[in-house]
Write a protein that binds this ligand. Structure first.
Ligand code: ADP
Ligand code: MG
Length: 322
């Protein structure tokens, strides 16, 4: 079973940033209002996530580390209307199969649990005092999979990857206060008051945030909203475009293209906006079960959605020039 978990880990856990993503998504799924991410040495030393979410009941803790154990999906039908970020039940067993994990958790109603697992082998499981929420620490990443360890890029690159993930998670969840510390240095802190523009300012700087305009649009199937930069405040890379579907950050070339098309000739060649685009749709219109890390999704009526995005942006930018 540990071997199967390690194989799954190969798909879900590529690098420290994947661990941060999976753990923060778990915290978000647990309805946390505050999530603190504390990383040292680009995650190679340790990754710790503290949340104030629902916590896990003592009996459920060992189960959470079993493959395909998820509390989020009860039936086949649920798979077609996934609202939570997780649902495959793969993250915790995958992480635990290639690292050392200590989890302290409590639902707040009864005694909490301290659980330790290393390379898929349970080291200890005992009652512990804990406030409501979950505090998980991952160390010794890839200690038993040296090939994975060798594949990692420079510490700077790994840190950039983590920062990138944290930024998108924060942009997708402005109502959650997220902090990110690296080697005792604060990289990000969001207020968690639901104000997306303040999250944008925390990530891209206040002056960039000021050069962005709010937009929204809808048709029979989709509601879109967000902020996008004026044509004069653009970047030379499209990586400052973030697209979220129902609060899940996704990558989608067609939708990115549609957003850029909305600018028409107002965008100089090789220039791209800073944008945060939130799409709300009925979960039945999106299949998130395409990619193990769930970055890519399949959207029904994608062309129609692209049209809506392009039109909304075009009208909003035109308005600004009046
Ligand atoms: P998934 O997120 O796909 O359900 P995971 O392996 O990531 O699978 O997590 C397994 C289970 O552990 C979750 O379904 C959830 O019940 C529980 N869990 C994990 N992290 C947390 C957390 N931070 N707070 C509350 N419950 C958690
Ligand atoms: Mg998960």
């Amino acid at each position: 079973e540990v071997l199967a978990d390690q194989i799954a880990a190969g798909e879900v856990i590529e690098r420290p940033a994947s661990i941060v993503k999976e753990l923060v998504e778990n915290s978000l799924d647990a309805n946390s209002k505050q999530i603190d991410i504390i990383v040292s040495q680009s995650g190679l030393d340790s990754i710790r996530i503290i949340d104030d979410g629902a916590g896990i009941l003592p009996d459920d803790v060992p189960i959470a580390f079993k493959r395909h154990a998820t509390s989020k999906i009860a039936s086949r039908e649920d798979l077609f209307k996934v609202k939570s970020l997780g649902f495959r039940g793969e993250a915790l067993p995958s992480i635990a199969s290639v690292a050392d994990v200590v989890l302290c958790t409590s639902t707040g109603d009864e005694t909490g649990t301290k659980f330790q697992i290393r390379g898929g082998v349970v080291q200890s499981n005992q009652p512990a005092q804990a406030r409501r929420g979950t505090d998980i620490t991952v160390t010794d990443l890839f200690f038993n999979t040296p090939a994975r360890l060798k594949y990692l890029k420079s510490p700077q690159t790994e840190l950039t990857q983590i920062t990138d993930i944290v930024d998108r998670l924060a942009l997708a969840n402005p109502s959650v206060a997220i902090s990110f510390m690296h080697n005792d240095h604060e990289i990000l802190r969001t207020p968690g008051n639901g104000n997306l523009q303040q999250v944008i300012a925390a990530i891209y700087g206040i002056s960039n945030a000021r050069k962005m305009v709010k937009f929204d649009g809808e048709d029979a199937d989709f509601m879109i909203s967000g902020y996008t930069s004026l044509p004069e405040a653009t970047r030379s890379s499209r990586q400052y475009i973030s697209i979220m579907i129902n609060h899940r950050y996704i990558r989608n070339f067609q939708l990115t293209k549609a957003l850029i098309q909305g600018y028409g000739s107002k965008l100089m060649v090789g220039r791209y906006p800073i944008s945060v685009l939130d799409i709300e749709l009925d979960p039945v219109l999106v299949d998130v079960n395409v990619h193990p890390a769930k970055r890519e999704v399949r959207i029904s009526k994608e062309e129609q959605l692209g049209q809506l995005i392009a039109t909304t942006i075009r009208q909003r930018i035109a308005q600004e020039n009046l």
